[in-house]
Design a protein around this ligand. Sequence first.
Ligand SMILES: Cc1cc2nc3c(=O)[nH]c(=O)nc-3n(C[C@H](O)[C@H](O)[C@H](O)COP(=O)(O)OP(=O)(O)OC[C@H]3O[C@@H](n4cnc5c(N)ncnc54)[C@H](O)[C@@H]3O)c2cc1C
Length: 382
Amino acid sequence: MRLARLFRKHLEYQIHLIDRNSYHTLKTQLHEAAVRKAEVSIPVKRIIKRRNVIFHIGEVTKIDPIERIIYMENESLSFRHLVIALGSQVNFYGIPGLQEYSFPLQTLRDAQQIYTYITQLCARAATEPIEGQRKDMLRFVIGGGGLTGVEFAAELVDYTAQCAHNHHVNSREVEVVIIESGNRVVPQMEESFATRIQNKLLGKGVIIVTNTKIVNLAPDAVTLSSGEVLKTKALIWTGGIRINDLARESGLKTGQVGRIIVDKYLRVEGYPFMYAIGDNALAMNPDTGKPVPATAQFALQQGWLVANNIYADIFGIVREPYQPKVLGEVVSLGRHLAIGWLALPLLKKITFVGFLGSLLKTAIQEKHIFLLRRESRNWITY
Ligand SMILES: Cc1cc2nc3c(=O)[nH]c(=O)nc-3n(C[C@H](O)[C@H](O)[C@H](O)COP(=O)(O)OP(=O)(O)OC[C@H]3O[C@@H](n4cnc5c(N)ncnc54)[C@H](O)[C@@H]3O)c2cc1C
């Protein structure tokens, strides 16, 4: 949308947008859609309405950086500049049974599948007369205590409590367990925040098992690195991401989990007319020398910068290097609870806990929708 805005008076340039889906997913809200009816997608056509953007629904299968051609199943396009923003996919790390029997949470379809499955499981458990078996059916295991895992666990506790109430099941028979390989949940956050999040989750009744890995998954049980076997029919896997192999297979240089190596302008190494952004890019923070995490706030900033840089490339203006801005972090822990902080000038932080935090999270999500709407100008209804 930023490119379309910059080129609105240069209609001799064509902007092509390719996605395998006809809709844009509000991925940061997927954990909500996995437990209740939540609007987490917007038709792309509605976003780009009356904009100089040609939309193709298709699966990108290959990029030829030498001939400058991008291939889809039934179509190919030649390009002058290319922006690779294919996001990430689930990493099962080759753990036996995980891909076959777990439920990932990466796409809208994943969220819908989880919602349908746990709703049915809850209803089925209510008709199970043997207490032990009923409890096994009501044990929900979440593999990975990162951002997605803890946000989903908190939503799940609220949802299963409601479900148990609706089906007249004792809510004490429901268990939500997080298995985390590190020594605390949300290891990417500061320890004081992680401790607060952990305490809130414990307060909601979530069981947290740290320093433990999942080593095997069968249809009705998960084996842990401690040797313990937990009976479960629902393991939701939020333990890691990786990047589609197509970048590497197309000859692009990749690093950690397959992210594409980029320079300080986010150009793909060796190909100055191609950029990578979002989860795809192994973008470095020049202040820390470390890769920028795969999160939405950085993806959005990178999209904005790269649109400006392509405009600069074409019109001979000076390109800007990438400088990530950490605006804050907010973790939602159910419908009306969130913990987070926002950056203030002079390196100060303001902390939000509880209902105020959840208002802040909602405001951030609404801001994204608002910015899309502003960029598209003609997008009236949502
Ligand atoms: C459940 C969940 C909760 C999250 N919560 C937060 C949060 O609270 N805060 C935060 O900052 N980040 C969060 N994240 C991470 C954040 O969503 C991602 O970092 C961000 O969406 C990355 O943006 P992107 O544009 O790189 O990729 P995406 O948003 O994943 O977009 C990639 C697009 O490419 C399309 N695509 C992929 N492969 C192909 C192909 N081969 N051909 C055609 N199209 C393709 C997809 O359909 C998709 O539309 C969360 C992620 C998940 C899964």
